[in-house]
Design a protein. Sequence first.
Length: 247
Amino acid sequence: MKRIILSILIFFISLYFVNCSKKSQGELAEEQYKLSENASVNSEIKKLNDALKSAGTDVEKAEIHTKIAVILDEKGDVGLLMKSAAAAVKFQPNQYMSHYLLGKSYIAAGRYNDAMDELNTSISIKNDFAPAWFELGNAQYKKMNYPSAKESYKKAVSLDKKLVDAYNNLGVLSTLTGDLSAAEKNLKTCISINPNYAAAYKNLGILYDTKMKKGPAAVESYNKYLTLRPDCPERNLVKLWISAIGG
């Protein structure tokens, strides 16, 4: 218990010690690139909004709103994503992508029941759309309906063998429900598909550390995570975990 309290305390304290040194050329270049990218995205959205003004049919309007929603999803603008996806659904209720995007926006907004309704509608229109199954699993997970979430994630990876996020989430869910062999298998599958998937190494480390009591394997996974995410906010906390194991 003392270890947990100390770890949490140090983690939160570490958040106050921000590096205030001058930005490097690399950081400045990255910021400039993001500004340029945002300008390009905003320009594309403006073109699509202009196209809406001359759209003659509901189908055309739905398609344009869906295109805008896809861009907003990538941009991470939840509020406008929800608005555009809802408009697409209004103009064309039988479009699986708009229901999927609306469901995804509802998850981000914490509206999990609404999210499940939209995602189930998306799946009823296109049953083999893996991302909808994955997001359905996320909504079910948030509702703590673990058996259903697990089945949704399994369906997602059966449709898309490369869906690394689903393997990672299956690993976390299997850890929580005590299915340790499945947890290890799914996290290792995630890593085999994408060796740079940092979160899977941390989750694998937690599995080895807290559930399977495999100290050396946990240390190796934690260290790999820190190598891939050297600037992660919980770096000090993970180092404490490593130290507590004896690594």
